[in-house]
Write a protein that binds this ligand. Structure first.
Ligand code: SAM
Length: 237
């Protein structure tokens, strides 16, 4: 999968994209991630990318021209009419608190695209005309961050985990919370006893049938207690 990030702070991505599983996925060429600095598409000598909002009010807005030029440079055309196959064209996302909520289903859907372009807003956001070049606005939750960079990192990390070969054991992704509509079961490792707290006996029994049964029960029980909304959503399907 190819991912292009459009940002005015490319340096913010240096840590998260150069560590752990994401770094390995890039090394294995499963992920090809590039950061484009919107500022390099500014045409004035001060490399301006923002301006005051028409009508007054607080804050600054990202201007449309450098974003348009940056998108054009990446091969994005309005409405992507040049691309026929649904998952082949670059799918253009704007990280926005007003967008569709990022959840497990959305992450799975996004992992099917071959090329994502992710625009990160900043300050008060972007000039509204930019939205006409966007396929989908995506939010990471009902709160506001200073910029779209951290939301973009959340999206990239969650989508990357869905790609074959990024997480070594596919079962580990599939048993994680939300994947099948349940929360994950509790996990324990050595020592079997620590500060008077014991690991549940069944996990030490070696009886795989009983262990599976216990895990399933724990997973359902936890979901009932912590996230009954997930079970209701499953029942509706
Ligand atoms: C301070 S916010 C702008 C908020 C905007 N004025 C509003 O109230 O909808 C600046 C940028 O951060 C990003 N952002 C902030 N919160 C976000 C969220 N919950 N999900 C995704 N992106 C977010 C967006 O890219 C946004 O353009």
């Amino acid at each position: 999968m190819k991912i292009d990030i459009l940002t005015i702070f490319p340096q913010m991505f240096e840590g998260p994209l150069t560590c752990s599983l994401i770094e390995k996925a890039r090394h294995k060429k499963i992920l090809d991630i590039n950061c484009t600095d919107i500022r390099s598409f500014s045409k004035d000598k001060h490399r301006t990318v923002d301006d005051r909002p028409f009508g007054g009010g607080p804050g600054m807005l990202l201007k449309p021209e450098p974003i348009y030029d940056a998108l054009h440079h990446l091969g994005v055309r309005k409405k992507n009419h040049l691309y026929k196959k649904p998952y082949k064209k670059p799918y253009v996302i704007y990280m926005s608190p007003q967008g569709n909520l990022l959840n497990s289903k959305k992450v799975k859907d996004l992992s099917k695209y071959e090329h994502l372009v992710i625009l990160c807003g900043h300050y008060e956001g972007v000039d509204e005309r930019v939205i006409s070049w966007i396929d989908e606005e995506i939010s990471i939750g009902d709160y506001v961050l200073t910029g779209g960079e951290i939301p973009a990192m959340v999206l990239i990390d969650s989508v990357a985990r869905m790609l074959p070969g990024v997480v070594k054991d596919k079962n580990s992704v599939e048993q994680d919370s939300f994947y099948n509509g349940y929360l994950d079961y509790p996990h324990y490792t050595r020592p079997a006893k620590f500060k008077n707290m014991k690991v549940p006996e069944v996990l030490l029994s070696g009886n795989h049938f009983e262990i599976e049964k216990w895990r399933k029960e724990q997973s359902v029980e936890r979901t009932k207690r912590r996230r009954p909304d997930l079970l209701k959503a499953k029942a509706v399907k």
